[in-house]
Design a protein around this ligand. Structure first.
Ligand code: ASP
Length: 335
């Protein structure tokens, strides 16, 4: 039987971090070939080709790096890989996964994985996560699901996945949804199907350029001054992580009116799960008030994912009507 080919591209993260001397803090060190070599049994499930693309901690990854990874992943499937795995730091894995998901225009699975424990510690999770990620990337059942995050033998859609804890394994979850599959005995077992069909990919921006989209979390007693500052400073768009089902203070609501007259303003929820409301509350700063002021609502898209959606739209040159339509349909719980 011919084994499927899976391409593994390494971007960095704890999975590749080692101490310079025993007992010291870890920093990026291992290459893609090292990560693959550390996985027992991998040769039984796929032919793996590995390449180091970057070796960065999560927080140092920028849109430019992800556009490079996207082009590399496309080239791998063009060269007949059944699927692609990217190893990545866990801190911002959900953001990279979602941005890539917006832009991934192939049926082949693109899988992100990482590790919570560094390689040279007791019970590192990196090898098990790479194994499961390769299994999912090679699985016909994972085709047409877009970008997946695979950790702890669970496969999550990029749309929903989040890092829900700072330390320890089992840190990834899909609040508001659930994993779509599990890796059991070296095979992907689908558990759920997405509520709606996969939406078409957005055009990949040629280069990130000068488009900046801000993300501000609303807090008790906000006076809205930061919203004004962001717009004055020339940011192209703004996402507000609002309270509850998408609510802000009365003063922030006034600032939203001023901002929305100039740039797209998307209001999401800071709660971590559940959609923004659309027609429940009617006070100043409520969702109906913000809609009247010209804001868009993020639906069930988490604030940091709404920011990436808005960025991808604006960096891709989308007109205001397209921005409005895409935020509405990609924020819907069925997307
Ligand atoms: N700080 C690390 C990073 O995200 C954490 C990890 O990879 O687990 O790069």
């Amino acid at each position: 039987m011919t084994l499927p080919t899976v391409a593994v591209g390494a971007l960095g993260g704890t999975i590749a971090m080692t101490p310079a001397h025993p007992g010291e803090p870890v920093a990026p060190g291992l290459e893609a070939a090292d990560l693959v070599r550390a996985v027992p049994g991998l040769r039984a499930v796929a032919r793996v080709r590995a390449e180091s693309l970057r070796n960065l901690p999560s927080a140092a990854i920028a849109a430019e790096d992800l556009l490079v990874a996207l082009a590399w992943a496309r080239a791998q499937v063009d060269a007949r890989a059944a699927g692609v795995v990217l190893t990545h730091g866990t801190d911002t894995l959900e953001e990279s996964a979602y941005l890539l998901d917006l832009l991934w225009d192939r049926p082949e699975p693109l899988v992100l994985t990482g590790a919570m424990r560094p390689p040279r510690t007791a019970g590192p999770d990196g090898p098990a996560n790479v194994f499961a990620a390769v299994v999912v990337a090679a699985a016909p059942a994972a085709r047409d699901l877009g970008v997946l995050a695979v950790l702890d033998d669970e496969a999550h859609l990029a749309r929903w996945v989040t890092k829900a804890r700072t330390t320890g394994v089992g840190a990834f979850a899909s609040p508001g949804a659930a994993p779509v599959g599990r890796v059991v005995e070296g095979a992907l077992v689908p558990t759920l199907v997405p509520a709606g069909p996969r939406l078409p990919a957005l055009p990949a921006p040629a280069a990130p350029g000068p488009v900046r989209v801000a993300l501000l979390e609303c807090a008790l007693g906000d006076d809205g001054a930061l919203v004004d500052l962001v717009v004055e400073a020339g940011w192209a768009g703004l996402v507000l992580a609002g309270a509850g089902a998408g609510h802000v203070s009365p003063a922030t609501a006034e600032a939203v009116s001023r901002a929305a007259a100039r740039v797209p303003v998307v209001v999401a929820s800071r709660t971590g799960s559940g959609p923004t409301a659309t027609r429940t509350y009617g006070y100043p700063g409520s969702e109906t008030d913000l809609l009247r002021r010209g804001a868009l609502l993020a639906g069930s898209l988490a604030p940091r994912k709404a920011r990436l959606l808005l960025w991808a739209l604006l960096a891709g040159g989308a007109e205001p009507a397209a921005v409005r339509a895409e935020v509405a349909r990609r924020g819907s719980a069925a997307s």
